[in-house]
Design a protein. Structure first.
Length: 251
């Protein structure tokens, strides 16, 4: 049984709550990616006790990846800016001045990405209204943050989620997918590089699934994927798109 088939059968209900633009199969794929990452961390840190500096760096990466898991729960737990009780907070400032400046947007993202599980009464309608109020400049900022390897993992996931929820963000998602994926081809199993590779792939899965979900019909989704194939050079992403095309054709 192939990995993609297994991912489709995996029950991720508790580990990875539903995200509006991700199918069950893709939630499974992301869940498996994160699980592999965590297993890699455990194996790597026990096998390499003699290198304390590398252990410390990897522990920091582990903490970031746990933030990815939390960030992927954003639809049911994200606290929107206007729900912040402090009117003087960066969140409240961004909420009351939509469309925000890029600086306000980044301040809001930084604050909200620190802890995405603290607010159980997430207002999805209010959040969607805020996302639709973002300007093209705001959307470009979200795309750049999502692409940046130097930004925190949970900040990148939250930025990409917000970008994907904007109804006019299709061109930004396409541009995100067209960019070279910073993968390490010689990444050893259970290494830091392998963990980073899995993170980058998970972000591309999120963006691609949003493109598919936002298409007005299955035929339109297939046409969009075919168009992307002609503009993407990364072999892993090309293979993934081809598999998704085959799945859409068989549905």
């Amino acid at each position: 049984m192939g990995c993609h088939t297994f991912c489709g059968q995996l029950d991720t209900g508790n580990f990875l709550p539903k995200i509006p633009f991700m199918s069950a199969k893709q939630r499974g794929l992301v869940a498996v990616s994160i699980l592999l990452t965590i297993l890699g961390i455990l194996f790597y840190t026990t096998r390499n006790s003699e290198n304390s500096l590398e252990q410390k760096d990897f522990a920091n990466q582990e903490q970031n990846d746990s933030s990815v898991v939390n960030a992927l729960k954003a639809p049911s737990n994200l606290k929107t800016a206007s729900q912040d009780k402090s009117k003087d907070s960066p969140s409240a400032a961004a909420a009351n001045k939509l469309p925000p400046s890029n600086k306000e947007l980044e301040d809001w993202l930084q604050k909200e990405s620190k802890d995405l599980t603290r607010m159980p009464d997430f207002n999805e309608k209010e959040f969607q209204e805020k996302v639709e109020g973002l300007t093209p400049e705001n959307l470009e900022t979200l795309k750049k943050i999502s692409l940046s390897e130097k930004r925190e993992a949970n900040l990148r996931v939250l930025s990409l989620y917000m970008l994907g929820q904007n109804s006019g963000a299709g061109v930004y998602l396409e541009d995100f997918l067209k960019q070279p994926i910073p993968l390490s081809p010689q990444a050893a199993p259970h290494s830091v590089d392998e963990m980073k590779n899995q993170r980058e792939k998970a972000l591309r899965v999120m963006a691609l699934e949003r493109k598919i979900a936002a298409a007005p019909s299955k035929k339109a989704a297939k046409n969009e994927l075919q168009g992307l194939l002609g503009q993407i050079n990364d072999p892993w992403l090309r293979d993934f798109i081809q598999r998704r095309l085959a799945e859409l054709a068989s549905e």
